[in-house]
Ligand binder design. Structure first.
Ligand code: TMP
Length: 237
């Protein structure tokens, strides 16, 4: 398998073509951005951590019946993935109030959400990923009605699995974002990455933030907390 030209460069990753049209290399950068690109910076070795972290989570989800784009962990910063047609709808699951939910609805951070909240956002950087609902997805043809049902079912299943996965490692899964795509056979697969960049992860006992909120809000010890949460998830039990 040979890595060829870059097809797409995002804020945190680069996707490269390979000599197999069904396979891409997903390269993890150290670049970090927040508030729709207004705040930019670097988190040293974030790319290495997010690649390992995502690999661990994708393997766990595959073992539990969730189909993902993950194929192989190639190197520190490279993951081999299936080539998907990305569905431009981000699925956010929330178990505890934080972030935009607290602002939008005036809810106190830390309030448990039972049942968990599932939201859709339109994947468009220029628009700042606005919140949408199923009617928008249908009217603009971003996904079929059947795909929407799959996104909801997979979102809830992944949440259910990851709550316990993280709890057993003393981490509270506050919220997270998923992206999906369609493979060459028309199957909806979980794509992108699952890492402290796109999840809120709090220490189970202290509720200390161990995710990108440390960078977003200048809380300090960003690299240290990425390392710590990485070891809690990927280290020896
Ligand atoms: P929010 O509170 O800012 O709406 O984010 C909810 C969770 O989803 C949080 O863990 C961050 C993640 N997220 C992203 O990583 N990218 C996005 O574009 C969105 C909308 C959310």
């Amino acid at each position: 398998m040979k890595r060829l030209e870059a097809l797409y460069e995002g804020k945190a990753k680069i996707l490269y073509a390979t000599d197999d049209p069904d396979r891409l290399v997903q390269y993890f950068k150290d670049d970090a951005s927040a508030f729709n690109g207004i705040k930019k910076g670097t988190i040293v070795d974030k790319g290495v951590i997010n690649n390992q972290f995502s690999t661990r989570i994708f393997r766990f989800l595959e073992e539990n019946g969730v189909a993902t784009h993950f194929v192989d962990h190639l190197s520190d910063r490279e993951m081999l993935v299936k080539n998907l047609k990305i569905i431009p709808v981000e699925v956010v699951l929330r178990n505890v109030a934080a972030g935009s939910l607290t602002k939008r609805l005036g809810i106190k951070e830390g309030q448990p959400l039972d049942p968990p909240i599932l939201e859709f956002y339109y994947k468009d950087d220029e628009l700042g990923d606005p919140m949408i609902n199923e009617s928008h997805v249908a009217a603009f043809g971003w996904a079929t009605a059947q795909q929407v049902e799959t996104l909801k079912a997979l979102g809830r299943k992944v949440n259910h699995l990851l709550i316990d996965f993280f709890k057993s490692r003393k981490i509270l899964l506050v919220d997270f974002k998923l992206e999906f795509g369609v493979d060459k056979d028309g199957q909806v697969l979980l794509g992108d990455e699952i890492s402290p960049d796109g999840c809120r992860l709090w220490h189970w006992d202290t509720h200390e933030k161990m995710d990108k909120d440390r960078f977003r809000f200048g809380l300090g010890s960003v690299e240290e907390k990425y390392q710590e949460v990485y070891h809690m998830v990927c280290g020896d039990p």
